[in-house]
Write a protein that binds this ligand. Structure first.
Ligand code: FES
Length: 67
């Protein structure tokens, strides 16, 4: 699933970069996430916070469906 449609950025890429220790701002600079329409920003920041809270070798969190 794309987290940022404007840049065709997969959610997993954001999770992986966050687990490697990158901040949202660093991920944004590298991928362009949330630099176009910005509608992905809140969710992307949440994904980064969730991913950074996990141990590097821990399992991925399930993706919550937003109704
Ligand atoms: S969906 Fe990410 S900038 Fe538009």
């Amino acid at each position: 699933m794309f987290i940022c449609v404007c840049h065709a950025l997969p959610e997993q890429t954001v999770r992986t970069l966050a687990r490697e220790g990158m901040s949202f701002e660093e991920i944004q600079a590298v991928t362009g996430c949330a630099t176009c329409c910005g509608s992905c920003r809140e969710f992307a920041e949440t994904i980064v916070l969730e991913s950074r809270a996990l141990p590097a070798s821990g399992p991925a969190l399930p993706v919550l469906a937003i109704a």
